[in-house]
Ligand binder design. Structure first.
Ligand code: HEC
Length: 479
């Protein structure tokens, strides 16, 4: 607090100068008591109630004075340290549509309020409480796809990741305008990530011939260990190591495919997690679910909210289909390097993943995905004209918060740009989340193994969709 004020006071604007006087209660500024009703409630309504209200993920509600008062001290600490609201991207890089950080004035207001004993003030000053729809926040879905069966979490169970595959029965391509993943039981669902698994790995990419398919299968069997149920995989320990993703045989991903470097096959549809917003793609920008696709629910169940008894969950995904002809298709790319190796105990191990774009496009979202050892991820563009730019930087990655960063204005990426994704991991005992610091780690799906995926949603320029391609009226199947 003191340090922040010193920095602030050294800035010579009249606005900031008046702020500097506030906490000191200077005689020059009229003594003004900051109250909950007048000054603080508007900030909580705008920046906290999204998660801090009954039935949501956060441990207390910020809706009323009575609910907030006991937390005042802890609130001051969390906002001053910028732990709340959760936001892990470097504020100096890029501009984000979903940026929910507090500005300095808001932080100072909260601090002054707590320092003054967190007074309520006059309830007549309260702004109207924000309204939340019970149920789906995207509105009534056209299609609801639940998990195939209820899941039971045993008392005292450790954190666990479960995968469920569902066939939504789509006979035609489906165009999705909005998607939401909704937990059945918020006491135990830490996160949901719903992926689309197209009928063939390359349904969104050029078709593969039977020979290519065979080659791909052989390639995967040579390089991967398949877990019992076949839905989880892990890279074999003796697969050649490339921490430099641009130097891999395919110049990028590869182990899971035929070496073409493409893994556009699957697509991230919707997620629920502490810190994750509902998908808010720009209007007219839609996601395609190819006919015959399956939906994969990646469920992270956790007892971190102190659940002790037996709990059940049946989560679902809701879709609102495109009503107007979509103008742009949102595609997903997971920029990955499957060949890395993190030595046992390494505190700051770096690897890169690499993707050279083959068309003019616009990047819409960024989402770093690492597991418990992940500590940072940076997305950089190397443009064909020689310029270099950091697009998104998450210097302190935290697996517990899965945040999607929506660019305020989609970022133009010309054909030939190389995207470099740089990851660091902490595989030492100092990392309190590390499941096992004594192990060398290669790519693996379970949370106790590691991944590096820089997820990007993008649209391709100059290719408006034909209206005929839309699923149109919303009268789609599976209502
Ligand atoms: C995106 C969801 C989200 C937003 C927005 C958010 N919080 Fe939180 N907050 C959480 C969750 C989940 C937890 C519990 C997990 C944790 O502490 O890491 C939490 C924990 C806290 C705690 C610690 C409680 C404890 O157990 O000690 C405080 C204090 C807090 N939040 C204050 C705020 C304030 C103030 C705001 C707004 C300025 C805010 N949060 C915005 C989700 C959120």
């Amino acid at each position: 607090m003191l340090r922040t004020l010193t920095i602030l006071c050294s800035l010579a604007t009249a606005f900031v100068a008046s702020l500097c006087l506030l906490p000191a209660g200077s005689a020059n500024s009229p003594a003004k008591t900051v109250t909950f009703s007048k000054d603080v409630a508007p900030i909580f309504h705008k920046n906290c109630t999204e998660c801090h209200r009954a039935g949501e993920a956060a441990p207390f509600s910020t809706m009323t004075y009575k609910e907030v008062r006991p937390w005042a001290k802890s609130i001051k600490e969390k906002v001053v340290n910028r732990e709340m609201p959760p936001w892990h991207a470097d504020p100096h890089i890029g501009q984000w549509a979903n940026d929910r950080r507090l500005n300095q004035t808001e932080i100072e207001t909260i601090v002054s309020w707590v320092n003054a004993g967190a007074p309520e003030g006059n309830p007549k000053d309260l702004p109207p409480a924000p309204k939340f729809t019970d149920g789906w926040s995207i509105g009534k879905p056209d299609v609801v796809i639940p998990m195939p069966k209820e899941y039971q979490l045993k008392p005292g169970a450790p954190d666990e990741i479960q995968y469920f595959e569902v066939d939504p029965g789509f006979k035609e391509d489906v165009w999705v305008q909005l998607a939401e993943a909704r937990p059945g039981n918020r006491r135990i669902v830490h996160h949901i990530i719903a992926f689309v698994k197209p009928p063939s790995p390359q349904a969104n990419a050029p078709k593969m011939s039977p020979e290519q398919m065979k080659k791909m299968r052989e390639h995967m069997e040579k390089n991967l260990i398949f877990y019992e149920d076949n839905s989880l995989t892990k890279v074999k320990a003796d697969v050649p190591v490339y921490d430099d993703g641009c130097a891999t045989p395919s110049g990028g991903g590869g182990v899971f495919r035929d070496g073409s470097g493409s893994d556009d096959g699957g697509s991230l549809l919707a997620g629920y997690a502490p810190g994750m917003n509902q998908a808010n793609w720009p209007t007219g920008t839609v996601k395609k679910i190819p006919a015959g696709s399956k939906l994969i629910f990646q469920m992270h169940y956790s007892t971190f909210l102190g659940v002790t008894g037996e709990e059940k969950d049946l989560s679902s995904v809701g879709l609102i289909l495109a009503k107007a002809p979509p103008t742009k298709e949102l595609k997903t790319k997971g920029i990955a390097n499957h060949y890395f190796k993190i030595p046992a105990g390494a505190e700051n191990h770096t690897a890169t993943a690499c993707w050279t774009v083959r068309e003019d496009m616009h990047f819409v979202t960024f989402m770093p995905h690492l597991h418990m050892r992940g500590s940072s991820m940076k997305f950089e563009a190397f443009y064909p004209d020689g310029r270099k730019e950091v697009l998104c930087n998450v210097p302190k990655y935290d697996f517990n918060w899965q945040i999607v960063y929506y660019a305020k204005n989609p970022i133009a990426i010309p054909k030939g740009t190389k995207i470099l994704v740089t990851t660091t991991w902490d595989n030492s005992a100092k990392n309190k989340f590390n499941p096992d610091p004594k192990k060398d780690i290669r790519w693996g799906d379970p949370t106790y193994e590691e991944m590096t995926i820089g997820w990007i949603d993008y649209t391709v320029d100059g290719k408006p969709l034909k209206p005929a391609a839309a699923s149109g009226s919303g009268s789609g199947e599976n209502q």
